[in-house]
Design a protein around this ligand. Structure first.
Ligand SMILES: Nc1ncnc2c1ncn2[C@@H]1O[C@H](COP(=O)(O)OP(=O)(O)OP(=O)(O)O)[C@@H](O)[C@H]1O
Ligand SMILES: [Mg+2]
Length: 305
């Protein structure tokens, strides 16, 4: 059964420090990530994303609870970690070596040196033409791209990426998005990535877990999560009639000249049709982009965001 899960966290907690310096970075986190998908781990700064990822990689130990990868405990299990490639915060490289040489050194220590694979990966992360420059001259985004290539060197089944688009420009973010989808769709891998940007998670992930203040506050299918939270705004005349028409079916309030309808995006055609049939005039329709904050508030009931 558990073999279908790439990652399972069972009631995992992590506490740093003692007494007044005590920080509960991760609290009773249970989570299952099925293989063959992109799972987004979404949360604001300090939510506990990197701490969780470090525990998944056995870089730090949980205070309580268990981390399983492919059904087996990750603790003291180097062969299991062979199946994992990771980009954790601030990937470290030798500054005085070129990007290509850095990959070579890493590949040799992992016993998987293959110049052709290095070259392919460099091309995939858009670093082919900069691979022979020293890392000391790389920008943050270039180091991030090299970090992605490094995570993939040994062809892992599970790819764990901690804020992979950190430091990247919009084109770079798009590249990573395509790269990640490709890993799952064409290469059959599983990707777990963390982010504090809802838009990023929305565009690349199949499932999402929202972490706030060390707690997992919601998990689910990305599309469902967002659409259940959507707000459709309509500028209509006459307002009262439109309100009367929509209210029986959707929670709706009038706000100035606008109606604000809580409904999924898929309901826009139906709503518009209903209003037009009743000869309500529609001037504007907008589906409001949900902010991460709004999602947190909805997920936590406003108590823990
Ligand atoms: N080694 C440590 N010692 C003490 N406290 C720590 C340590 N590592 C993390 N923390 C604390 O644990 C909490 C969670 O930190 P973590 O780095 O996991 O958050 P994050 O979600 O990755 O945030 P960001 O988006 O800023 O990267 C924070 O309050 C942080 O200060
Ligand atoms: Mg972090």
């Amino acid at each position: 059964m558990s073999q279908n899960f790439a990652i399972q966290l069972e009631n995992v907690s992590k506490t740093f420090g003692r007494r007044r310096k005590r920080v509960e970075a991760v609290r009773h986190l249970s989570l299952e990530v099925a293989a063959g998908q992109v799972f987004g781990f979404l949360g604001p700064n300090g939510a506990g994303k990197s701490t969780t990822i470090r525990m998944m990689m056995d870089l730090i130990r949980p205070s309580t609870g268990t981390v399983l990868l492919y059904g087996r405990p990750v603790q003291n299990n180097p062969p299991l970690l062979q199946k994992v490639g990771a980009l954790v915060e601030g990937a470290a490289f030798y500054d005085f070596l070129t990007g290509r040489k850095n990959l070579e050194v890493l590949a040799r220590t992992r016993g998987c040196y293959d110049p052709q694979r290095g070259q392919t990966l460099l091309a995939q992360v858009g670093m082919a033409d900069r691979a022979d420059r020293k890392v000391s001259g790389y920008s943050t985004g270039m180091k991030q791209r090299l970090g992605l290539a490094a995570a993939l060197l040994h062809d892992p089944d599970l790819v764990i990426l901690d804020e992979p688009t950190n430091g990247l420009d919009p084109a770079g973010i798009q590249d990573v998005r395509l790269f990640v989808r490709d890993l799952v769709e064409k290469q059959g891998k599983t990707v777990f990535l963390s982010s504090h940007m809802l838009s990023e998670v929305e565009q690349v992930c199949d499932q999402v877990g929202i972490i706030s203040n060390g707690r997992l506050v919601q998990t689910g299918n990305v599309a469902d999560l967002l659409s259940s939270q959507a707000m459709i705004r309509l500028e209509v005349l006459p307002l009262a009639r439109a309100l009367g028409l929509l209210l029986p079916k959707w929670p709706t309030v009038a706000n100035g000249r606008w109606l604000e309808v809580q409904a999924a995006r898929e309901h826009v055609p139906e709503i518009v049709q209903q209003l037009v049939a009743a000869e309500v005039q529609i001037f504007q329709v907008a589906v409001q982009q949900q902010s991460l904050e709004a999602l947190f508030l909805a997920a936590t009931g406003g108590a823990d965001a």
